[in-house]
Design a binder for this molecule. Sequence first.
Ligand code: SAM
Length: 229
Amino acid sequence: MQALRTLVNICRMFSPNKAHPSLVASVNRRVRIWIDKRDGLDFLLVVKPQELGLDENLIHRASPSGNKYLRKLLLDLDIQASDAILDVGCAKGSAMRTMLESPFAKVDGVEISQKLAAIASANFRRLGKVNAHIFNANAVDFDGYGNYDFLYFYNPFPAEVMRQTMAQVQRQLDPARELVIIYNTPICHDIVVKHGFTSIRDYPDQWGNGIRIYSNRPATSRLLAKPRA
Ligand SMILES: C[S@@+](CC[C@H](N)C(=O)[O-])C[C@H]1O[C@@H](n2cnc3c(N)ncnc32)[C@H](O)[C@@H]1O
């Protein structure tokens, strides 16, 4: 990380009006990919559904969202040591890696692509993270939603798949327990609301699309008990 910071600072120093943010982000990303490769990890290289033999009309590409925006949001959510989170459509595990910086008991991911699920599992094995588990499954059929306090979606699929996934989540929901949904780039907001969730907070994301927080128990949500940072 020190090497990365140094390189970004050098870019800034030699730019006439400070480096353009997208140039800084691009250099930053390339350095992080290089550091990962050196460490035997692969969290950040983007893969298109066609390269995985998947239908691009049903599956969005595997781009990563483990970044400072997610880190900041999680700090604000007052995560407890008993909490469990599931990244629905986890790809190579970039967001999960950021989640593992919070005190979650369990950070799991479900991923439809066998190849991406294998890469994610290898990443967490390499990092020695025993509380991270990857399920290679279709989110529509996944039967473990009831085991989590938080679900994370980073725009993994279009509306029809979101509808089927949310119906599955709703079926497995324990109404006596709060389930929080963190939805990055919430293009299917209406579908989430239709399945019993209320939007309680908004946070910024990297691309200006926003990250929305929902709860099935908004009136008594533990999130609202803590003042926003
Ligand atoms: C935009 S990527 C998100 C990556 C990761 N969540 C992150 O934020 O770093 C979306 C991922 O969802 C996966 N996906 C799409 N449809 C899925 C489905 N029906 N079940 C499980 N995973 C799915 C894709 O293969 C892709 O890896």
